[in-house]
Design a protein around this ligand. Structure first.
Ligand code: NAD
Ligand code: WQD
Length: 343
């Protein structure tokens, strides 16, 4: 078994591609599997342009256990990261079965194959969505999870439990669930970034597409929340900082540093930022004016959520480092690069 080799399931996607870069930079060999349901091969080109290394790639639907099993036959990675899931909250409400099938079956197949092939370490992409509308802020890993308000959120809670229970039933498997807050930005090289299909659901891609003239006007969903400026508060984590957290998690499991074989970490900055602050930050960082207006609240949005990152800081030895203004510059550079917009 090769401790320097990592399977990255969903590695052609937004977070997976940035993580592949950081893994390669840290000296890991990377095997990406993806079915391109929400990505394409351009991210693999980008990884290669940044690192000089093209990760091994196998086009596989992780819900197909036989096909995924062939990857285990061919490559002897000791660790895997599970990014391969659908992630649109609204779509999950409209198509719950599709979300439960894809997000749970892909993880179940991976967990079973890891045990069957005696592989050891799994990192799971969880989300701040598991906390729901938390009573006390910031949230720590011990903050109780609230009942999920969407099928997507429920798949994250169920997936954490699937991983926890399988680790408990094994004497070898290790698992780390990373609860990401709001991942934003792009690699500073502008070679990889977020590429949402259709109208973006998330704030930063909507901002960059508005700045690029693809969307006419950004709607700020609500200015009457009980917050200092009336807009919602979130914890926006730079994508490269987030990608680094995966490398640290893999390092920790490979070195068997922890007594506990299943662990959970919040991955955020620990700093709440309002929608207005983010929009103004984007304008200042990039020296431009954004067309925006205040609109009605969006159904399902919580007023505020941000991370207590003490555990990640002290136990993982990881912390967010990038300045928000640099993250917002990188987001805009990526959008310009994708659209061919000159200075
Ligand atoms: P993404 O859609 O860009 O990446 C997911 C990748 O997985 C895509 O390349 C997609 O083609 C692939 N995929 C999906 N189902 C697959 C399957 N059955 N077999 C093989 N490949 C499959 O999304 P992302 O933003 O990179 O998110 C990665 C993970 O992080 C997801 O699990 C998501 O739920 C989680 N997460 C994302 C956010 C966020 O805001 N982006 C926040 C918290 C958690
Ligand atoms: C951020 C803020 C909006 C768009 C989602 C998922 C969560 C996690 C991260 C996966 C909110 C406001 C947004 C717009 C706006 N993903 N907004 N105008 O909702 O915090 O989290 O992504 O696990 O589960 O729910 O992120 O980027 O959609 O919104 O005013 O056009 O921006 O109201 O306050 P969210 P977001």
């Amino acid at each position: 078994m090769n401790n320097r080799c990592v399977l990255v399931a969903g590695g052609a996607g937004y977070i997976g591609s940035h993580t592949a870069v950081e893994l390669i930079n840290a000296g890991y060999e990377v095997v990406v599997v993806d079915n391109f349901s929400n990505s394409d091969a351009s991210s693999l080109d980008g990884i290669e342009r940044i690192t000089g290394v093209r990760p091994t790639f196998v086009e596989v639907d992780c819900c197909d256990k036989e096909a995924l099993g062939e990857v285990f036959e061919r490559y002897d990675f000791s660790s895997a990261i599970h990014f391969a899931a659908f992630k649109a909250v609204g779509e999950s409400v409209a198509k719950p079965a599709m979300y439960y099938r894809n997000n749970l079956l892909s993880l179940l197949n991976l967990v079973e194959l890891m045990s069957e092939y005696g592989r050891e370490n799994i990192v799971f992409s969880s989300s701040a969505t598991v906390y729901g509308d938390a009573d006390v802020l910031p949230v720590t890993e011990l903050t109780p999870r609230k009942p999920a308000t969407s099928p997507y959120g429920n798949t994250k809670q169920m997936s954490e439990d699937i991983l926890r229970d399988n680790v408990a039933a094994s004497d070898k498997l290790r698992g780390i669930a990373l609860r990401y807050f709001n991942p934003i930005g792009a690699h500073p090289s502008a070679q990889i970034g977020e590429l949402p299909r259709g109208v973006p659901n998330n704030l930063v891609p909507y901002i960059t597409q508005t700045a690029a003239g693809i969307r006419e006007c950004l709607s700020i969903f609500g200015d009457d929340y009980d917050t200092p400026d009336g807009s919602c508060l979130r914890d926006y984590i730079d994508i490269v900082d987030l990608a680094r957290a995966h490398v640290v998690a893999i390092d920790r499991m490979v070195a068997k540093l922890s007594e506990e074989r299943y662990e959970v970490f919040n991955i955020g900055t620990g700093r709440p930022v309002s929608v207005f602050e983010l929009v103004k930050g984007f304008e200042q960082a990039n020296n431009l004016k954004l067309n925006y207006r205040v609109a009605a609240r969006r159904a399902g949005d919580v007023t505020a959520v941000w991370a207590d990152t003490t555990r990640a800081n002290e136990v993982l030895g990881w912390r967010a480092e990038r300045e928000l203004s640099d993250t917002l510059k990188a987001a805009w550079q990526w959008e310009r690069n994708v659209r061919g917009i000159k200075e």
